[in-house]
Every structure is written in structure tokens, then in C-alpha cells.
Design a binder for this molecule. Structure first.
Ligand code: IMP
Length: 436
């Protein structure tokens, strides 16, 4: 029985909290895509921890946390997180006893971060900015697919690394100098830093695919920790305003080297409303149409990026997009987050269809340009007022209007809500179905 957790919207749905809860019962927690563009905020015992790269399961003692081949790996960020977790007393022994990094993961290098920034600045001139996290994620994935990437294993093979780095820089420097008018990157300092980080990384480097296969054979419980969200998926998201990885559940397979039969549950995480950071289509956005409501939701929900601190764009729950997410991930259940944020509203809206030039659409259009132009068709529902903060044990203890909201979601998207979260703490959770 293994579980994949995926974002059902544009990321920031609260995956970190669900991963933390499910990790209690798992043996292995694995990140399979993305990199330190993710930001998982966890509140345990009143203490807030934000993790960008290391799986959130690390906060539970005795778990093995793996960073698999599908991740783009920034070694400098990795060691910052390891050191900060060590200072908080998270590790009982050596950190490398519990955190393992795939030999095959691709490395984010300084020139990837630089290119990410320059590309965004360049694109802004023609209004084509993606609004990336500027962590070098896209350029690192580009190199992987273009077959000129540097993998974790290369960091501990000095001669091979030298050849690969020289080849990579040759091309990068032409781009930097001639397209972006920037300074060329010198080989020597990058090479030395890679060797230094590689040496430090040695105890963590493993054949993670083989480790996961062994865990699977031993019937250990594996939790696949997704980052970002379905609508940011490079194939199925709102292209080109997406991230560069497979954020959907299928990414858990290519990103680890396990086959689909390893998965028994796919849990999608959604907020009771919607947010998005960065640019790109967002049909139910209310920043202009209902400015005060957007500001209120942002303030109550603390909707500011965990990685970049940017204010998140806010909108109503989009059931058309959510149904699409259920389908492309093969979801078996939904976790509904942040319902408490909507307590103060007398009326709420649910998007049940789109209108495109007078034509009703019941599913997400493939063209981003069409999605940019659609008008949401809303159903207005009653708000639910106060919400018990913690210690709820049954759905019937919650307000009837909230129960009706859940029923509407379930009926529309075709899967059940298995978990309700009403605050950041572990105790502010109602599990309607135990996935393990
Ligand atoms: P990148 O992943 O930094 O290349 O950014 C591409 C797009 O994905 C931008 O719109 C980012 O704001 C968005 N993005 C990346 N990571 C996250 C995340 O963890 N939460 C929400 N949005 C994200």
C-alpha cells in the first residue's frame, strides 16, 4: 500500500501538512519531481518549519527520506536545510542515515539560476514572463532533456565532471554573452565548488531506485511527496505557464523508477478556494472583480509564497479544473484544506462550467489562450460561519452548510473527500478515511 500525494491546483494547497500526517505511518518518504521551487510549510508543536527540497517526512523520527532521480537538486540549498534541521535537533544520528539522494538526480548549478533570472527579465520585455521562482529549475530540466545535464553521480567523478562542465559552459557562455549581454561564467570556480559539494554529499548519494525497490519488496509503506500542482504540470498544466516537471501522479513513476503497480492511493490536495502565484490563466481569479474578498482571503489564509514571499493571486474554487485534476492523476481521494479561511463569508461561489464566447464548456480547454478568455459560470452557495478549531472526530460535528459544500464537490468531481484540515496544526485535522 503506497500513497502518492499531489497538488490538485496550482500548488500551495497544503501538501506539506498532509505529507507530515501520512508520514507518521510510512517508512519511506520520497520526492520525485521539482526542486527547491517547492515550499512546504509545517507547523509541529507550534514551531514553523519551511522545507524546499528535503521531504517533509524528515520531521518524524526513524523515517527514510529520499530525493529521487526526477528531482533537480541544488546541493547548496540541500546543505542549508540539513544544517538548519540539525540545529533544531531533528536528527538522532548522522543526517545521511535518514536522507538519501539519487545518483541520477540532475544538479542545479549557478548558471541555471542565472539563466532563469535573465530569461525572465528578457521575457518581461515582451510580456512573456512566467513568474518563475528563479531557482534555476527550468534551465536545469532543459539541460536534462537536452542531454547535457550534470547528475549527482558526476559530482564525485572529477574527470567526467570536468568534461561535462566544459561542454555545458561552452554553450551557456554564448547564450549569456550574446543573447543576454551578461558576463561569461568561469569554469574554475564552478568546478571547484562542484567538487567540494560532491565530496560533502558522498555519504548521502545512493541508488535510490534500488532502495525503493527493496522497500517495495519488504512491503514497507512508501509515501510519494508531490510538489507544485497539477495545473503546473509540463504536459497537463496551463502551458507555457507551468513548471518544468511532471507534477501529476505519473511523475512519481518516472521520477523514481518504480512501476505503476507500486501505487494504491493517489490523494489530491485542494484548498476550499484557489490560489496561483506567477503569471498565466486563472479563470476564477477575483483580484479585480471582488478585490475586497480577495484581499480578505489572502490576509486570513496568509497567502504569500513560502519560497518567494510573493502575494498569491486568489479566486473561488474551480470545480471544472478540479475534476480535470482528479482525472489526470487518477485520484482516489481528496484532502480539503483551509476551509476555516472562508468562515467569515455569508456566500461563496463554486465554478461549475466555463463560458467561451457564449458557448458553455464543461471541461478544461487545451489551449491556454482559450483558458485565458473563459468566463466562470458560478453556483452561489451559503457560507458556514464558525468552524470548530480542533479536536473534531466526526463530519457531523461540522456545520451543515460546510457538509453541503463537501457533498457538492464530491458529486461534481467523482471522488470522496478523505481528509479535512481546518488549520496548520496536526490536531486541526479530521481524517474521514484512513489511507493506511
Ligand atoms: P519554476 O518552477 O520556478 O520554473 O516556476 C514556474 C511556475 O511554477 C511559476 O508560475 C511559479 O510561480 C510556479 N511554481 C513553482 N513552484 C511552485 C510552488 O511550489 N507553488 C506554487 N507555484 C509554484
Amino acid at each position: 500500500m503506497n500513497v502518492v500525494i499531489v497538488g490538485a491546483q496550482w500548488g500551495d494547497e497544503g501538501k506539506g501538512k498532509v505529507v507530515d500526517l501520512y508520514s507518521a505511518k510510512a517508512s519511506v518518504i520520497v520526492r520525485y519531481q521539482g526542486g527547491n521551487n517547492a515550499g512546504h510549510t509545517l507547523v509541529v508543536g507550534g514551531k514553523k518549519t519551511v522545507l524546499h527540497l528535503i521531504p517533509s517526512g524528515v520531521l518524524h523520527a526513524g523515517k527514510r527520506c529520499m530525493i529521487a532521480n526526477g528531482v533537480v537538486f541544488d546541493p547548496a540549498v540541500f546543505f542549508e536545510e540539513v544544517e538548519s534541521l540539525a540545529e533544531s535537533g531533528v536528527f538522532k544520528g548522522a543526517p545521511s542515515d535518514v536522507i538519501w539522494v539519487s545518483e541520477r538526480a540532475h544538479v542545479i548549478l549557478p548558471y541555471h539560476r542565472l539563466l532563469d533570472k535573465l530569461r525572465e527579465e528578457h521575457a518581461a520585455k515582451s510580456k512573456g514572463k512566467i513568474g518563475t521562482t528563479v531557482r534555476g529549475i527550468g534551465p536545469a530540466y532543459e539541460d536534462k532533456v537536452a542531454r547535457r545535464g550534470i547528475q549527482v553521480i558526476d559530482l564525485i567523478r572529477p574527470e567526467l565532471l570536468k568534461t561535462k562542465l566544459i561542454r555545458a559552459l561552452e554553450e551557456k557562455n554564448i547564450l549569456l554573452k550574446h543573447l543576454f549581454g551578461a558576463e561569461a561564467v568561469d569554469f574554475e570556480p564552478v568546478y571547484k565548488e562542484c567538487l567540494r559539494l560532491g565530496e560533502k554529499l558522498k555519504p548521502y548519494i545512493r541508488d535510490v531506485r534500488a532502495d525503493l525497490t527493496a522497500a517495495l519488496k519488504n512491503k514497507e509503506k512508501i509515501l510519494f511527496e508531490g510538489a507544485q500542482g497539477t495545473l503546473l504540470d509540463v504536459d497537463h498544466g496551463t502551458y507555457p505557464f507551468v513548471t518544468s516537471s511532471s507534477t501529476v501522479s505519473g511523475g512519481a513513476m518516472t521520477g523514481t523508477g518504480l512501476g505503476p503497480s507500486a501505487i494504491s492511493e493517489v490523494i489530491g490536495i485542494t484548498k476550499a478556494y484557489t490560489t496561483r502565484v506567477g503569471t498565466g490563466p486563472f479563470p476564477t481569479e477575483i483580484e479585480v472583480t471582488e478585490k475586497e474578498t480577495a484581499e480578505k482571503i489572502r490576509a486570513i489564509g496568509a497567502e504569500y509564497g513560502a519560497t518567494t514571499g510573493r502575494p498569491r493571486r486568489v479566486g473561488w474554487l474551480d470545480l471544472v479544473a478540479l475534476k480535470y485534476a482528479v482525472e489526470v492523476n487518477g485520484m482516489t481521494g481528496l484532502a480539503l484544506m483551509k476551509s476555516d479561511v472562508l468562515c467569515d463569508f455569508k456566500e461563496l461561489r463554486l465554478c461549475v462550467a466555463y463560458d467561451l464566447d457564449g458557448k458553455r464548456l464543461n471541461s478544461l480547454p487545451s489551449s491556454g489562450e482559450d483558458l485565458e478568455r473563459v468566463k466562470p459560470v458560478y453556483e452561489t452557495v451559503k457560507g458556514w460561519g464558525a468552524f470548530p478549531a480542533a479536536g473534531i472526530t466526526k463530519l457531523s460535528e461540522l456545520p451543515q452548510d460546510f457538509i453541503d459544500y463537501i457533498k457538492k464537490i464530491e458529486a461534481f468531481v467523482g471522488v470522496s473527500v478523505v481528509l479535512i484540515s481546518s488549520g496548520p496544526g496536526r490536531e486541526q485535522t479530521l481524517e474521514l478515511k484512513q489511507v493506511w
